[in-house]
Design a protein around this ligand. Structure first.
Ligand code: PMP
Length: 398
């Protein structure tokens, strides 16, 4: 008997749908295209020979641990080092409040597993990270967006949204914020707003999930106070090694208040038993060699040049389009002239051999048709310019 099994799926499986963004990745490796869609780090900036030697050393000297199971919370030595990485941004944390995860994506999944029942409300910036929205959907959360401007999520709108939800007896479980060089908008939450956001969340009893994979990839600005720093008991902080070292090792972490941490550890044990010991010891010995500071500095310079190349090309070729200028990270966000649909335009862009991400994927409420996320992280500055020139041709034709 032919069976699709769909009638046997759990109800939450209806929320598990393939990402628009990921389907664009299929052209990522075809050199005929300029890929402004993905958000992959520029691995060409990594010292591969050094890393090859380091991984050889890890297996040669600590193979019995590296190739074995570890504990659910993560290797103690890496948990000792993560607070040092966080301190680079002025964030204090102790090894005891940290769980190592398989990228911060797994941390997002664990947070939902611990906090979210079907129908629970999660507040997210509009627009927000597509991978987080997918996870929220998978846990059948109801995402309520709060608009942001060039200075991040707007505190008055947040307070009004929370008040109106409270009036209908719906207290959101989580407030999901990407305060630095946000994916997808590129904007950064202003310093004064951080205090307000933390105060408002505290007043309404909403846990903040502070997702900060890009904080160290800053081009011209000093770090602003982390939300976790402003209210350690009210924040689950998510960090990642993906953008500052390697995305392929799949290493991230969460720092959480004790009762939350305990649940996150149990939730992680039920999904992966322990994070990869091989990856953990590789990252740990990389950090022990003091390589990170040098690498972060190199990444900052590379991505700053690429940001500049993209901003210049946008000013030259698409002066009529509103552009957000990011002070760090991988992304910028465009608002197209009225009447142009970013999703509808994609086929033509593909025909012109340039790929971008339509804004629609970054909203849970159907908005984003006049927006585009562009990433400058992986193409060369020359390709970025060529890509924007092609994109301008497509926009003009529309
Ligand atoms: N959060 C944000 C905002 C991201 O942009 C990404 C990666 N694109 C992630 C989380 C997940 O990163 P990773 O799992 O590689 O740590």
């Amino acid at each position: 008997m032919q069976h699709t099994w769909a009638d046997r799926f759990a109800s939450r499986a209806s929320g598990l749908v393939s990402s628009e963004v990921r389907s664009l990745f299929s052209v990522a490796s075809d050199p005929a295209y300029v890929n402004l869609a993905g958000g992959s780090p520029d691995v060409g900036a990594l010292a591969l020979e050094e890393i090859a030697e380091l991984t050889r050393h890890v297996v040669a000297t600590r193979g019995a641990e590296a190739l074995q199971y570890g504990t659910g919370q993560g290797a103690p030595e890496l948990r000792e080092q993560i607070p040092v990485v966080m301190a680079e941004e002025g964030i204090s944390a102790s090894p005891d409040e940290i769980i190592v995860t398989t990228g911060s994506q797994q941390a997002l999944d664990l947070v939902c597993k611990v906090f979210i029942d079907p129908g629970d409300v999660i507040i997210a910036e509009a627009p927000s990270y597509v991978g987080a929205l997918a996870t929220f959907r998978a846990y059948e959360a109801d995402v309520v967006h709060v608009d942001q401007d060039a200075d991040g999520i707007v505190p008055d709108l947040l307070a009004a949204t929370l008040a109106s939800l409270q009036a209908t007896r719906r207290t959101p479980k989580l407030l999901y914020v990407i305060p630095n060089f946000q994916n997808p908008s590129g904007s950064t939450l202003a310093g004064a707003r951080r205090r307000e956001i933390v105060r408002i969340a505290d007043r309404f009893g909403v846990m903040i999930v502070e997702d900060n994979p890009y904080g160290l990839i800053s081009f011209d600005t000093d770090p602003l106070p982390a939300l976790k720093e402003l209210n350690p008991d009210g924040v689950v902080y998510l960090g990642s090694f993906s953008k500052i070292f390697s995305a392929g090792l799949r290493m991230g972490w969460a720092a959480a208040p004790p009762p939350v941490l305990e649940k996150l550890i149990c939730a992680s044990e039920s999904s992966v038993l322990s994070p990869s010991m091989y990856s953990q010891l590789t990252v740990s010995s990389y950090l022990a060699g003091n390589n990170l500071t040098r690498q972060v500095k190199a990444f900052r310079e590379i991505y700053r040049d690429k940001r500049d190349a993209m901003m210049l090309a946008l000013a030259d070729y698409l002066p009529e389009v509103r552009v957000n200028r990011p002070a760090g990270g991988f992304f910028t966000w465009l608002t197209l002239p009225d009447g142009i649909d970013s999703k509808g335009m994609l086929a033509e862009a593909m025909a012109a051999h340039v790929v971008y991400t339509p804004g629609t994927g970054f909203y849970a409420d159907g908005r984003g048709h006049s927006n585009i996320r562009l990433s400058y992280s992986s193409p060369t500055p020359e390709n970025i310019r060529a890509g924007i020139e092609r994109l301008a041709g497509v926009v003009r034709h529309e």
